[in-house]
Design a protein around this ligand. Structure first.
Ligand code: CU
Length: 121
């Protein structure tokens, strides 16, 4: 095997390893896209990598953009892969969870999802 293909393989491997180290959303409570009968009091997001608390944010808002979280979004003290935020009492409707995190590998990832509170009959 000549030198060049080995270099290419190495570069490819390095890019795979680096990409895998980004913090991706692993799961959340409530689950993305879920429909709930009981409004949650807290939103929790688990990531694949540990997070830098100072540069990670989480907010929850109505479809119209009004914030309903208590502005206490934070990385958990014990589990640095967990972000949590408490919310004020939620009425029926669709809510957007918007997050932006800095992984300990120095990369920023961001995303959002919605969940819905169903009206009680
Ligand atoms: Cu990364």
């Amino acid at each position: 095997m000549t030198f060049r293909p080995a270099l290419v393989a190495l570069a490819f491997l390095a890019s795979v390893v680096t990409a895998a180290a980004h913090a991706s959303l692993e799961r959340a409570e409530p689950r993305p896209g879920s429909r709930l009968k009981t409004p949650p009091t807290e939103i929790k997001l688990w990531y694949t990598e540990k997070l830098e608390p100072a540069f990670s944010s989480l907010r929850v808002q109505t479809g119209a953009g009004r914030r309903v979280d208590r502005a206490d979004g934070r990385v958990d003290d014990v589990d640095r892969k967990l972000m949590r935020v408490s919310v004020s009492p939620l009425t029926p409707g669709t809510y957007r969870v918007v997050w932006r995190v800095l992984s300990v590998d120095g990369h920023v990832t961001e995303g959002e999802f919605t969940f819905r509170i169903e009206p009680t009959a």
